[in-house]
Design a protein around this ligand. Structure first.
Ligand SMILES: C[S@@+](CC[C@H](N)C(=O)[O-])C[C@H]1O[C@@H](n2cnc3c(N)ncnc32)[C@H](O)[C@@H]1O
Length: 447
């Protein structure tokens, strides 16, 4: 792994060129704090709060690079792991044409909601119609994994009626906004502990374990007995409609193209001018499990099956029988040696980590294919633990990127957690305390 240079002092706010010169002269990663590098940017952008999607990227990172690299207006920007659309929204505000992909249908929905300019008056009318009609409708309750465990019957009935009313009263154009708000409502009225991204049922018998938050969590459980589900939905739609105002004002007319798999983008060769992305971690964030209640209520899990979604998800925690250990390895000696060491401790963890690197290798090759020679890629990724061993994902992905045809221009380390909702993970996955931010160039020589 790359060694680190002395951290910058608190008052320094270097430009990208200064950081690149420092990286070149010292040959080691430069430690920065993106909240200080790009301090003013965050507060006004309410659109990023429309949904609690897990592991969102710190918005200051794309803002810093978009300002520093200043791509021409109309340039095509790609985020192949777009999640809730943090990068794509910022790109649209900067006058770029956003392209993305994500294997999680909830991510694609939230991104669409963020980037679709809305007619606020029409949204109000549609919302009023929903509120008027929903009590009279038959509940439309789709397959939701363990629904009775997560929702009381009264709450399920109301959610089902609201869903029926959304299907009946909302124009296609506004569906992403209403569905995203419905998904945020689902999370709010479930028995899932709101502090965790993966659903874990609040257990009153264990309230002492919740520490200082114990009282608050128990109060929430009490409130759920009489919560006004439609009222929660009404206020989330209104809030999100206000948050979307900026989209309407700043990127009216911009439309977003979203694919579902970073490994097969339906784009021609060399079509993309710039890419900014934060790929998934190996076994660290369970995007599909974290989204399971919403996916169910939105109708994405017929027969309660999450596996088809999980199978497409890089860094997943479960593997199919056919996804076996590849004895010829990744082709990066240090990675293959580490995988062998992990296999001695835990064969399944080693298989999961190897599969992750193989799939990231494919995703980086696809990214190289669609980027034009000389185009720049910002790659944000942190290390984690696999079976108790440090897994230097940044160093491995950097090497895979080289092999795909990229060259490193800059390596930064942000010591502050750059992903809002990332806190503790399970013991085998470990905790991410720092992230690497690479600036890479699509090497014209390797095209
Ligand atoms: C770290 S998150 C990105 C978060 C995003 N930057 C944001 O701010 O919301 C990584 C994303 O990669 C997605 N992902 C996993 N496998 C994928 C695949 N094969 N193709 C595209 N996206 C994938 C996950 O669903 C997840 O949303």
């Amino acid at each position: 792994m790359t060694a680190r240079a002395e951290p910058l002092s608190h008052h320094e706010r270097p430009t990208l060129d200064t950081l690149i010169s420092r990286f070149r002269s010292e040959g080691t990663a430069v430690e920065v704090n993106f909240r200080r590098l790009m301090p003013s940017a965050t507060p006004s952008r309410g659109a990023h709060a429309i949904h609690p999607y897990p592991a969102k990227l710190l918005v200051n990172i794309p803002q810093f690079f978009l300002a520093a690299l200043a791509p021409d207006s109309g340039s095509k920007l790609l985020d192949p792991f777009c999640g809730s659309g943090t990068v794509l929204y910022e790109a649209a505000l900067a006058g770029l044409r956003p392209f993305g992909s994500d294997s999680n249908p909830l991510a694609r929905l939230v991104t669409r909601a963020k980037l679709t300019p809305i007619d606020r008056e029409l949204v109000s009318e549609e919302l009023a119609l929903i509120m008027q009609r929903y009590p009279l409708l038959e509940p439309d309750i789709p397959d939701v994994v363990n629904r009775e465990y997560w929702f009381s019957d009264r709450i399920s009935q109301t959610l089902g009626k609201l869903r029926a009313a959304i299907l009946q009263c909302v124009s296609l154009h506004h569906r992403p906004l209403f569905d995203t708000s419905f998904s945020a409502t689902v999370k709010r009225v479930s028995y899932a502990d709101p502090r965790l991204s993966v659903p874990v049922r609040i257990n009153p018998a264990r309230s002492a374990r919740y520490g200082a938050k114990g009282e608050e969590v128990l109060r929430r459980l009490k409130r759920l007995e009489s919560v006004d589900v439609a009222g929660v939905f009404w206020s989330i739609v209104n809030q999100n409609s206000r948050r979307s105002r900026q989209v309407r004002e700043s990127c009216a007319g911009s439309s977003v193209t979203i694919f579902d798999d970073a490994r097969s983008l339906k784009l021609p060769d060399a079509a993309i001018d710039i890419a900014i992305t934060s790929p998934p971690y190996v076994g660290a964030q369970k995007y599909i499990r974290a989204s399971s209640l919403s996916l169910g209520w939105l109708g994405f899990t017929p027969e309660c099956k999450l596996r088809p979604h999980e199978r497409m998800s890089i860094g997943r925690e479960h593997l199919g029988r056919d996804e076996t250990w590849q004895s010829d390895g990744i082709g990066i000696p240090v990675a293959d040696a580490l995988l062998d060491e992990i296999a001695v401790r835990n064969v399944l963890r080693a298989r999961i980590a190897q599969r992750y690197l193989l799939e990231m290798r494919d995703a980086l090759a696809e990214l190289a294919r669609v980027m034009r020679p000389g185009a720049q890629l910002v790659l944000v990724v942190g290390p984690n633990l696999v079976a108790g061993l440090e897994f230097p994902t940044p160093a491995f992905l950097e090497q895979l990127a080289w092999r795909a045809g990229f060259a490193t221009q800059l390596h930064l380390i942000d010591s502050i957690d750059s992903r809002g909702l990332m806190t503790k993970r399970n013991r085998t996955a470990g905790v991410i305390q720092q992230e690497s931010v690479f600036l890479l160039t699509r090497d014209p020589i390797n095209v």
